[in-house]
Design a protein around this ligand. Structure first.
Ligand SMILES: NC(=O)c1ccc[n+]([C@@H]2O[C@H](COP(=O)([O-])OP(=O)(O)OC[C@H]3O[C@@H](n4cnc5c(N)ncnc54)[C@H](O)[C@@H]3O)[C@@H](O)[C@H]2O)c1
Length: 448
């Protein structure tokens, strides 16, 4: 390991425009865009966003010093964000926001002009990976390398036209069918051969990611599918010194799970079963109605419990958990998902108890600030030369990518401490351990 993180005044300043490149302009993206445009007009509250309204404690509790994260970490200003998208449908963001039906029309009309100005570029698409969608705004090429070159051209043109100083790409397109890495994903060389030979295992999202990483643009994956979670694209990220983060925005049911499970584990309460079911009726729900796309989501949603509860350390509490996740496509609900969790737990002397959670959430309302924060923090990381996997952003992901040999931290509070302490580290502030002993004792080593 020979890369050095830049800290404090050495971090490149967030000057100039930050280009935000987004494959997929559906419910989450249009909700993000409408909110950001409203924010730029001073007409919105950035609820749910650490980068916009979060505070960070600095120093000792007795100092009573809290700073705004945005100012403390010298983050990019929302006013400097410019957006470019790709989609398989030609609709402008104004039409797409109406179709997504997340926001009230009064909220959409407020930023009509800005939304209308965002017209998606033609997408890289392969129906084999998203069976339930058909669109006609799609790139054509002799092979996948040609498609990647077209995306690279799009990025260059966007950068030039918008005079961007820096860029970040974040996938908010549909979830692709479940796939494991194959030999074509083993090395960058194999992958590039595969692009030229149209290897069927290379997915559209991997073509966007390849283009981004070639252009040294950080890549974030808001969906659960593979993309950069393979040797080939990680090799490219390392070689080009680019930041990557993933996978799958943590919202809704999994957010609740990773809030609750650490509490049960902290009090050593056992779990016999965790049954999670959902109904949702947006396009994401329609895509996930296909078993192969659902499989990607299922793997991502199922993974969180084990790393929090640690059945290997506490087999008598967690070895026999029956964990089931269901997603049911139910059109009348649109983006307003409803989820139910039934958790069978047990305590002292093995006595059983039950917890029921019924969350009536709004998927994209939860996802938009997550996506905004990821983009702004990934830009900070790149400016600080923090390249490769951004594990400190696992706070925002259902299925965080981590370095080989590490298990992911899924508990929300560990993830939050990791994020805040990383910001303190970057800005050369003292890390906060929460021991608090120094308020009570003289912590000088005992002298013989
Ligand atoms: N909403 C949430 O809370 C949430 C949480 C976690 C993850 N996600 C993931 O985020 C992604 C977006 O969610 P959404 O609710 O906005 O979905 P959506 O279906 O409303 O939007 C996805 C868009 O991607 C487009 N698309 C599909 N394949 C594409 C391609 N190859 N290139 C460019 N565009 C493509 C579709 O046409 C559609 O407009 C999904 O993968 C979803 O699983 C969402």
């Amino acid at each position: 390991m020979n890369k050095t993180i830049l800290r404090g005044e050495k971090i490149a300043p967030a000057e100039g425009k930050l280009g935000v490149l987004i494959p997929g302009m559906g419910a989450v993206t249009t909700t993000l865009l409408a909110g950001v445009f409203a924010l730029k007009k001073g007409n919105n509250k950035a609820f749910g966003s650490l980068t916009q309204m979060g505070k960070i404690r600095l120093g000792k509790r007795t100092d009573n010093k809290f700073a705004s994260i945005k100012e403390f970490a010298k983050l990019a200003d929302i006013k400097d964000l410019v957006f470019g998208t790709w989609d398989i449908f030609e609709d402008s963001a104004y039409i797409a926001a109406q179709k997504a039906a997340v926001l009230k029309s009064s909220d959409i009309e407020l930023v009509k002009e800005e939304l209308e100005s965002i017209k998606p570029m033609a997408a890289v698409f392969d129906k084999r990976f998203v069976k339930n969608l058909d669109g006609n705004h799609i790139k054509k090429g002799q092979n996948k390398m040609e498609l990647a070159e077209q995306v690279i051209e799009d990025i260059k043109n966007f950068k030039e036209k918008n005079n961007c100083a820096r860029m970040v790409m974040c996938w908010a397109g549909s979830t692709e069918a479940y796939a494991k890495p194959s030999s074509v994903h083993d090395s960058l060389k194999n992958f590039e051969e595969g692009l030229k030979n149209n290897a069927p295992e290379i997915t559209p999202s991997q073509i966007y990611a390849y283009a981004a990483l070639k252009m040294k643009v950080p890549y974030l994956n808001g969906a659960p599918h593979l993309t950069t979670d393979c040797n080939a694209l990680m090799e490219l990220a390392e070689k080009n010194e680019v930041a990557v983060g993933g996978k799958d925005f943590k919202t809704g049911q999994t957010l609740m799970k990773t809030i609750l499970a650490p509490g049960l584990n902290a009090r050593l309460l056992g779990v016999n079963g965790w049954f999670s079911t959902n109904i949702l009726g947006n396009r994401d729900g329609e895509v996930l109605d296909d078993p192969e796309s659902f499989k990607s989501k299922e793997v991502s949603k199922l993974g969180v419990i084990d790393t929090i509860l640690k059945p290997d350390l506490y087999p008598e509490l967690y070895d026999n958990i029956y964990h089931k996740v269901r997603i049911n496509y139910y059109p009348p609900r649109g983006d307003n998902k409803e989820s139910w969790d039934n958790i069978d737990i047990f305590g002292w002397m093995g006595y059983p108890m039950e917890i029921k959670i019924n969350f009536l959430c709004r998927d994209s309302i939860l996802a938009a600030p997550v996506m905004l924060d990821l983009i702004i923090f990934a830009d900070l990381a790149q400016r600080a030369n923090m390249t490769g996997i951004l594990e400190w952003l696992s706070f925002y992901f259902k299925s965080p990518i981590v370095k080989k040999g590490l298990y992911p931290e899924n508990g929300i509070f560990v993830q939050r401490s990791k994020l805040l302490n990383t910001l303190r580290y970057l800005m050369k502030e003292e890390l906060i351990t929460h021991t608090g002993l120094d308020y009570y004792y003289d912590l000088e080593e005992e002298k013989e």
